[in-house]
Design a protein around this ligand. Structure first.
Ligand SMILES: NC(=O)c1ccc[n+]([C@@H]2O[C@H](COP(=O)([O-])OP(=O)(O)OC[C@H]3O[C@@H](n4cnc5c(N)ncnc54)[C@H](OP(=O)(O)O)[C@@H]3O)[C@@H](O)[C@H]2O)c1
Length: 240
């Protein structure tokens, strides 16, 4: 089986057709990892794959809407059939559709849409991927969270749906990592990329996508003695 430490590693990066996900995919591929990137927008996906292939990087693009549990399962099954392994899963796809809106009046469907994308999508993918990682006794999962998930930042209100979703993503990170205690070389961590200039982060953000990708890529390529079940920013533990 082509897995773990010697063969070419296989990584899945959701939302890899732009923003931070694209930068993560590029940095992983530059390390010789075969990277599957996903997105919903077919033209954006084609463009991203072409750009990486022009740099002779080992990538492919697959359409995926993470809100469909069936699509998530089918994609993981296809990866298993085609490559016989899945070493790295980056749950990067995410939306922030209630930025700086008040939680006092937020529509429930906005909360629901946010949770479905930012929480249930990653859960579906982790539940589908973990049997492969358990079989391999190797895996790295990185959940792209946010500083805004931290209870240390909750003294300011607003953005309830997004922050609630990322706090839930952090909970899943910790809980699943604990439940996999018998598999010490499967590591599940959450990363806060910082405020990054992307479609989601906006033009005023100080960090580039390449800078935002640094901690996720570090967590995706941790050695066996690396941390597990943690929340990190700039490669350092960040308060829950
Ligand atoms: N930018 C920041 O400052 C910042 C800060 C903290 C955390 N983050 C987190 O970093 C991650 C990446 O964000 P970004 O800033 O790079 O945003 P972005 O440029 O808007 O990219 C978001 C990506 O998610 C994909 N996506 C959204 N909904 C999806 C769905 N239902 N199914 C599949 N893919 C979906 C998009 O694909 P399509 O384009 O094809 O729809 C796109 O590739 C997010 O989880 C975000 O919460 C960002």
């Amino acid at each position: 089986m082509a897995n773990s430490n010697t063969a070419v590693k296989v990584a899945l990066v959701t939302g890899g057709n732009g923003g931070i996900g694209f930068a993560i995919a590029k940095q992983l591929a530059e390390q010789g990892i075969r990277v599957i990137i996903t997105g919903r927008d077919v033209e954006k996906l084609k463009h991203a794959v072409n750009e990486l292939k022009q740099q002779e990087l080992n990538v492919e693009g697959v359409l995926l809407d993470v809100t469909s549990e069936q699509q998530c399962q089918n994609l993981i099954d296809d990866i298993d059939v085609n490559y016989g392994c899945l070493d790295i899963l980056i749950n990067n796809a995410g939306i922030a559709i209630d930025q700086w809106q008040s939680g006092l009046t937020i529509a429930k469907d906005v909360v629901e849409q946010t949770m479905t994308t930012n929480v249930y999508g990653p859960l579906s993918l982790m539940q589908a991927a973990l049997p492969i990682m358990k079989r391999q006794k190797y895996g790295r999962i990185v959940n792209i969270s946010s500083e805004l998930a931290s209870f240390n930042t909750m003294e300011m209100g607003m953005t309830l749906a997004y922050r609630m979703s990322k706090a839930a993503l952090n909970s899943m990170t910790k809980i699943l990592a604990l439940e996999l205690a018998d598999y010490p070389n499967i590591k599940i961590n959450a990363a806060a990329p910082g405020w990054v200039k992307t479609a989601l982060g906006g033009e005023d953000a100080p960090l580039s996508p390449e800078q935002g990708a640094d901690t996720p890529v570090w967590l995706a390529t941790l050695d066996a003695d690396g941390p597990n079940g943690g929340f990190f920013r700039e490669r350092n533990p960040y308060p829950w």
